[in-house]
Design a protein around this ligand. Structure first.
Ligand SMILES: NC(=O)c1ccc[n+]([C@@H]2O[C@H](COP(=O)([O-])OP(=O)(O)OC[C@H]3O[C@@H](n4cnc5c(N)ncnc54)[C@H](OP(=O)(O)O)[C@@H]3O)[C@@H](O)[C@H]2O)c1
Length: 336
């Protein structure tokens, strides 16, 4: 808390003397419920963010891919409102926030265009100004590079990178008009690598550099752009990637593939499995999102989690390749 206060005071001081940029913040109030879009809200970080920001008084447009997830999300929001009636700790911080689940798949341009029409319909109906886009949806593909098809790469690229670009492009006319914000959810895996995770790391690295470029391009419009790079978070995502690994390489489905790849996948699985469930709670990432959304001096990058901070220090001291080397040794030790 003290560190955050000190850091905010420092950056606000720099902004006051023109050495850092400051941006308008759109905070909800009793009669103002600005709209934000959050992608990938069926589970994990996105779901936590959708419920949190609706409680803070925003009009949340939460994208999901399946009707049943839309229903589950709406029920979770209803349950939150019900429990607020009996528990003052759960009461909305700003009453009047709402949650609208919208179907959208980021797997291609056409799917995104269809989802965008649904988003525009909600924006017209609620008449809420769009003040932020949070590109959260993501998916890890667990496969060695040699065994990834072009289709695998394209799917990964659309979900983790191109989808965010396309959606941002569609949202920008509205975000420029409101001086809104773009918040991307990257990963510490943008700057260190693990075998079998090349497409995920490559997409997150591309997302990080695109964020910085976009921040410069949108500075004249006072649209802030931020990348959040969490360490391990306790969500269904990492578990899915590990079981993906097991399915792809461990069960001997691909006997023609070099045995080294199978050993590597097995070592990676044995290294990651005991760590399942040990990540931080998604609310820590949502705290960083809230800062990126609401602070007058949102940072261009947030590391979230002790692991992300420690690894960033380690990389700074010894170089990013040193982390790769550590992982390689750990995985080789577990693949025997
Ligand atoms: N968990 C971690 O340790 C960690 C660490 C660093 C960064 N992150 C990042 O945090 C973000 C959220 O991940 P999470 O950990 O909360 O995982 P999660 O619970 O698996 O959530 C991922 C979300 O993305 C959605 N999604 C996947 N593919 C999609 C597509 N093609 N189109 C639209 N939506 C799609 C999923 O929808 P479905 O349910 O329909 O698949 C789900 O709602 C991701 O960008 C991830 O890379 C996570």
């Amino acid at each position: 808390m003290a560190i955050r206060w000190f850091s905010d005071t420092f950056w606000e001081g720099l902004a006051a003397v023109g050495l850092a940029s400051s941006y308008p913040a759109h905070l909800p109030s009793a009669d103002y419920h600005p709209a934000i879009i959050i992608t990938g809200t069926s589970s994990g970080i996105g779901k936590e963010a959708a419920l949190t920001f609706a409680r803070q008084g925003y009009t949340v447009l939460a994208t999901v891919r399946q009707e049943r997830h839309a229903e589950m999300l709406s029920s979770a929001f209803e349950a939150q409102l019900q429990s607020a009636a009996n528990d003052s700790d759960a009461a909305p911080l700003v009453p009047g926030g709402s949650l609208h689940a919208v179907l959208m798949d980021l797997a291609g341009k056409e799917e995104i265009a269809q989802g965008w029409e649904r988003i525009e319909a909600v924006l017209r109906r609620t008449d809420a100004p769009l003040v932020a886009l949070i590109n959260n949806a993501g998916h890890g593909v667990s496969r060695v590079s040699e065994l990834m098809s072009t289709e695998d790469w394209l799917h990964s690229l659309w979900t983790n990178f191109l989808g965010a670009i396309e959606l941002t492009r569609l949202a920008l006319p509205r975000l420029r008009a409101t001086k809104g914000r773009v918040v991307n959810i990257g990963s510490m895996m943008a700057w260190f690598s693990m075998p079998c995770c090349s497409s995920y790391s490559a997409c997150k690295a591309a997302l990080a550099l695109w964020t910085r470029t976009l921040r410069s391009e949108l500075a004249p419009f006072e649209v802030a752009v931020t990348n959040i790079e969490p360490g391990g978070v306790n969500t269904p995502g990492p578990a899915r990637s590990v079981s993906d690994l097991a399915g792809e390489l461990d069960h001997g489905q691909h006997d023609e593939h070099p045995v080294e790849y199978r050993r590597m996948a097995q070592g990676l699985r044995r290294t990651l499995e005991p760590r399942q469930g040990s990540g931080m709670h998604p609310r820590y990432v949502v705290d960083a999102m809230a800062h990126a959304l609401q602070s007058p001096v949102p940072r261009d990058r947030y590391y979230v989690g002790i692991d992300a901070h420690l690894l960033a220090c380690f990389a700074w001291l010894f170089g990013e390749a040193a982390i790769d080397g550590l992982w390689r040794r750990m995985i080789a030790g577990n693949s025997a």
